[in-house]
Design a protein around this ligand. Structure first.
Ligand SMILES: C[S@@+](CC[C@H](N)C(=O)[O-])C[C@H]1O[C@@H](n2cnc3c(N)ncnc32)[C@H](O)[C@@H]1O
Length: 206
């Protein structure tokens, strides 16, 4: 069995580089491979939505890479860690909405800050160890994230969603293929090899 308590290569790297979670390297790899974070056209700020953002590594990656050229809205039930942000989470180009992204009031507030060019979601339910329960909850959450496409994503925009493999994930991918020019699964290097999480990348909202 894997020893999840011992910090691994990615956790140590994250601490050294000032990120609260190892998950930052999953976003970094997908960004480098698929060009997710690019300056907006004609000097326009890129508008990004980060769902399931706590403790905040993905948000910090976006703010550090894009500097002033981004407006970022982030949402999570839990608060963000302020250990490494160096004031970036106080900036005018950042807003954090604390709440459940499936709650209609939270949803309205998230939509009010849009529409976005890019939605990234690392949202995941707390795991129980029961694979059926965990994959079912993850799929429900991923479907709730996908539902933001219609109301909060600009035409031509991109979406990244985390899903636990299992259950009827193929139906979600099929649905994404109808909404976007392309949609496919991608498992970054920094996902533990034993982990059953993967990401769906949906590019070019129709
Ligand atoms: C793996 S963590 C995200 C890590 C984050 N991307 C980072 O780099 O720091 C998953 C997050 O999803 C959040 N989450 C799960 N269900 C949620 C929901 N219904 N609404 C909002 N956040 C949720 C959890 O609170 C948790 O913080």
């Amino acid at each position: 069995m894997a020893d999840y308590k011992k910090p691994d290569y990615w956790q140590l790297k994250a601490r050294k580089e000032g990120y609260p979670a190892r998950s930052v390297y999953k976003l970094k790899e997908m960004d480098e491979k698929f060009g997710l974070l690019k300056p907006g056209r004609s000097g326009e700020s890129l508008r990004v939505l980060d769902l399931g953002a706590a403790p905040g590594s993905w948000s910090l990656y976006v703010l550090r890479k894009m500097r002033g050229g981004v407006f970022l809205a982030a949402a999570d039930i839990s608060p963000l860690s302020r250990q490494y942000d160096g004031g970036l989470f106080n900036g005018d180009n950042f807003c954090f909405i604390q709440g459940d992204i499936t709650d209609p009031a939270v949803r309205d507030s998230i939509i009010a800050h849009g529409p976005y060019h890019l939605i990234i979601s690392d949202a995941a339910p707390a795991t129980t160890g029961n694979r059926f329960i965990d994959t079912t909850r993850s799929l429900e959450l991923a479907e709730a994230v996908a539902a933001y496409t219609e109301s909060a994503l600009k035409n031509g925009g991109n979406l990244v969603i985390k899903v636990f493999q299992g259950g009827d994930v193929s139906a979600l991918l099929k649905h994404l293929k109808t909404l976007f020019k392309s949609a496919k699964g991608y498992k970054p290097e920094a996902c533990r090899s034993e982990s059953f999480e993967t990401y769906y990348l949906a590019l070019g909202k129709k």
